[in-house]
Design a protein around this ligand. Structure first.
Ligand code: IMP
Ligand code: MG
Length: 181
């Protein structure tokens, strides 16, 4: 048994993901042309996306990490906890591009934007791998995004269920019996 056996269907295959990231990387590169910025990867979910994304952006950039968790073991959004933030000098006066795996209710990125501004960031934009617009509960749109997904729990390419499946190279829907109890 491997993680592949738990997937009901593939939503975005590896080559589709590559194409989507190429497009977004070009958009980001244009938007920040001639301007240094810092990519802030929201751990753990966005580490796979962020590492592919930055390698396609030729601009001068720095990389920082922030850790936040809003999901416990289930599939419903809980309280957001910020576990780790970049140092003051990595934030103050900097243009930040906050990168996350998925924009769901919008609470995580909305809260992180406010937090980073409060810590002195000059500008905070957002870039997400997936967007699930049907689930939004706060006003929040990403400045850059790769793909939209329907209201379905997805895993892979960094996204987890109960900590697993982040290592899938594609995005897939979990077999339903694995998360309905
Ligand atoms: P938001 O605060 O509701 O926008 O939640 C964003 C976070 O919820 C993401 O960073 C993910 O960790 C998690 N999340 C939301 N939907 C999914 C999903 O379909 N699969 C895996 N994680 C998800
Ligand atoms: Mg996450």
């Amino acid at each position: 048994m491997t993680v592949h056996d738990d997937i009901e269907r593939v939503l975005y295959a590896e080559d589709q993901i590559k194409t989507g990231i190429d497009r977004v990387a070009a958009e980001v590169s244009r938007a920040y042309a001639g301007r240094d910025f810092t990519v802030v990867s929201v751990l753990k979910g966005s580490c796979v996306f962020a590492s592919d994304l930055i390698r396609r952006i030729p601009n001068r950039l720095e990389l920082a990490f922030l850790a936040a968790s809003s999901y416990g073991a289930g599939t419903e959004s809980g309280e957001l906890r910020i576990d780790f933030v970049p140092t003051g000098s990595e934030i103050e006066g900097r243009d930040l591009l906050l990168v996350d795996d998925i924009l769901d209710t919008g609470r995580t990125l909305a809260k992180l934007k406010v937090e980073l501004r409060a810590r002195g960031a000059r500008d905070v934009r957002t870039c997400v791998f997936l967007d699930k617009p049907s689930r939004r509960s706060v006003e929040m749109e990403a400045d850059f995004k790769c793909f939209e997904v329907e209201n379905l729990f997805v895993v892979g390419y960094g996204l987890d269920y109960a900590g697993r499946y982040r290592n899938l190279p594609y995005v897939g829907a979990l077999r339903r019996e694995l998360y309905t109890t």
